[in-house]
Design a protein around this ligand. Structure first.
Ligand code: DX5
Ligand code: ZN
Length: 242
C-alpha cells in the first residue's frame, strides 16, 4: 500500500511495513550518524526496519539537534519509516509540520502535555494526519496513569536514559516499566508497540527483549560500530533470541 501522506508521491517499499508484524524492530538513531555523509550513513543501515529521528529544542531537553528540514531530507534519502521522537515543548504546535516532513510515527513526551486528556487529544490529531501516534516517558515519570490510555496509542517509547544526549548508560531499572506495559497491552489485547530508547547495544538488548520490548532504538551502538550493517542484524538476532 503506498504512503497515504500527500507529500509522498513515489511508490514506497519499507515505509508501509508496519510494526508488530515483524518484531523485533531495529530503529537506528541518526543522532549518532555523521551528518557530513548522511546519505551513506542511511545506506549503511539498510538492514534496519525504521530510522529514529531525535528532535530536541534546547528547552524540553538541554540540547538542540535538528528540525523538520533535516527530517524531510532523511525522508528523501531513505524509504524506511521515520520514527520521529519529539523532545520538545508544545508538541501540538509541531505535529502537522513533522507529518508533512514525512514522519511515519510521531512520538511526543507525556511530560510536555498538560494532562492525560491532552495527550489523548493529541494522539487523535496525529492519527487524523495519517501518522502513527506514540508517547514517550522519561525515567522519572510513572507509567501507571497511562495504562488505561494505551488504546489511543500505536506505540509507547520507554526512555532508558534521560532524554537529551546519545551515548549514555542503559538504566536496567526501566525494564520494570516495560514489564508493566507488556502485561497491560496483552491483557487489553492491544497491538501497541513497546519501543525502548537509550543505551541499547549488544550487551543490553537481550534483557530489553526479555522484558517485552518489540522495537529498539540504537544510536551509538550502530553508527559508531565498524560495520553498522551487520551490527543491526546482530542486534535483531540477539533481540529475537537467535
Ligand atoms: C536520547 C535520544 C536517543 C539517543 C539514543 O535523548 O532520544 O534516541 O539518540 O542514543 P544511544 O543509543 O547512543 O543511547
Ligand atoms: Zn530518541
Amino acid at each position: 500500500m503506498p504512503c497515504s501522506l500527500p507529500h509522498c508521491a513515489a511508490p514506497l517499499t519499507n515505509r508501509d511495513r508496519l510494526v508488530g508484524m515483524s518484531a523485533p524492530i531495529i530503529s537506528p538513531s541518526i543522532l549518532a550518524a555523521d551528518f557530513s555523509r548522511l546519505g551513506e550513513e542511511l545506506t549503511a543501515i539498510d538492514t534496519a526496519d525504521w530510522v529514529h529521528v531525535d528532535i530536541m529544542d534546547g528547552h524540553f531537553v538541554p540540547n538542540l539537534s535538528f528540525g523538520p528540514d533535516i527530517t524531510a531530507t532523511v525522508h528523501r534519502l531513505t524509504d524506511k519509516p521515520l520514527d520521529v521522537h519529539l523532545m520538545i515543548e508544545e508538541p501540538e504546535k509541531w505535529v502537522e509540520t513533522y507529518a508533512k516532513a514525512g514522519a511515519h510515527t510521531i512520538i511526543f513526551h507525556v511530560e510536555a502535555v498538560a494532562d492525560e486528556q491532552a495527550a489523548v487529544d493529541l494522539a487523535q490529531s496525529i492519527r487524523g494526519l495519517g501518522v502513527r501516534a506514540a508517547f514517550s516517558i522519561k525515567p522519572g515519570t510513572a507509567i501507571e496513569p497511562w495504562l488505561d490510555k494505551l488504546q489511543y496509542f500505536d506505540e509507547v517509547l520507554v526512555m532508558s536514559v534521560e532524554p537529551g544526549f546519545g551515548g549514555q548508560k542503559f538504566m536496567p531499572e526501566m525494564l520494570e516499566k516495560v514489564r508493566l506495559l507488556r502485561r497491560s497491552i496483552d491483557e487489553q489485547k492491544l497491538n501497541t508497540v513497546i519501543e525502548i530508547d537509550g543505551g541499547i547495544s549488544p550487551e543490553t538488548i537481550e534483557a530489553a527483549a526479555a522484558a517485552g520490548c518489540d522495537a529498539f532504538v540504537a544510536g551509538s551502538a550502530v553508527f559508531k560500530a565498524e560495520d553498522p550493517t551487520s551490527t543491526v542484524e546482530r542486534l535483531r538476532n540477539l533481540a529475537a533470541g537467535v
